[in-house]
Design a protein around this ligand. Sequence first.
Ligand code: ZN
Ligand code: ZN
Length: 401
Amino acid sequence: MVEASKHWFQKACSSSDCHTLIHPWTYKCSDASSMMLMSCIKGSYKFYAMVYLIQILMRGKKLGKKEMIEQFKLYLKSGIFGLTVGSSFVTLNCIFRKLFFSQFNYYTTVLLPCTVSGVAVYFEPPYRRVMVVNLFVNLVFEYWARTLDHMGWLRRSVGRETLIFMLGSSALFYLMRLERENPKRTPLFWFFTPPRVSKEVGEPIQGIEGKSPACPHKGPCLNYIFRGAAQLFGVGCLMTILRTIVPRILTPAKALKSLNLSHLKLGLFFGGYIGIYRLVICLLCRKNGRDSALYALPAGFLAGIAFKASPSTPIALAPVTSTLQILFSWLYQNGTIPTNWPLVELLYCICQGLLFHARVMHEDVCPRYIVNLMRTVTSKKADEIQHSFIQKILRYKDLYP
Ligand SMILES: [Zn+2]
Ligand SMILES: [Zn+2]
């Protein structure tokens, strides 16, 4: 893959017309904007259909009629957010170029318009904004990790990523257990929410039968552990199956044949994660006859080993990001950060600018999620644009080596 470094971009692209760089599919700026909008309407609603489907599946609960309508309204709004961000790239660039800049510049071509279009995040309700920011901050961390790896400064490895995930899970579950008592807790989208710390106390018990009075659950411990593990194992497998089959829905026989044992990995990770966590909590409650939020530290740490079954850089960093989110929400709640500062929205704009800039200029180190996101939301128009950037640079390098 070719990198559009600042040097080559300025040399090869800066004096281009906008129809050869920003909208290679048509000459006129107004046509380009409307075509981009149509592609993004289609792409955005397709993308959010998948997002909402997965979110509903992850809940593991059936939705009532009222909730269905509520989810559908949210879906429509999220779609507007997606299509605004996607389609405004072309429009903003054409406008900026006509009004302010006579040439394309490495920073003002993607970074600037994509930072500005981030304000569309206001279409999402506040609690969803927090979740979107969490996702994007995590992607920026991934982008940095990939950049460090690319430069050879800090190599990524399964062992290192597992350790980061274990440490992150340990901190995150501890803070989540503390947060359970907080009525204004920050919305987190995690595999599961640990139960609140039980106030019951009892005698230490031996063996594996029954439960300790201190256990934060009903029914025997073994049931509790295996039910959780089986449920999340199912969710993990279902997600993998959907991801494998849906793109090949027109050839179901082929799709089914493509399934194999390696598709169980995600299920093993999810199931193992909750299984080990619950096991450790129960063992400690049974041994000590009382529950404590601190048990989440060893439980989260050990549960993190399950990550090895299905390692990935974004997931490795996710508990760290969510831990930071909880800490920031505490700063808001105790008044250190004034609540009227639009920090969440600003942070979103910056992250979006950085990531979309990375998508076009530094494809090698851009998180795969962003590549797929932009491809889906713009119905492949983003790929066309990036292609025209790279072609220009390659042609220039051929002419003036
Ligand atoms: Zn134009
Ligand atoms: Zn138990």
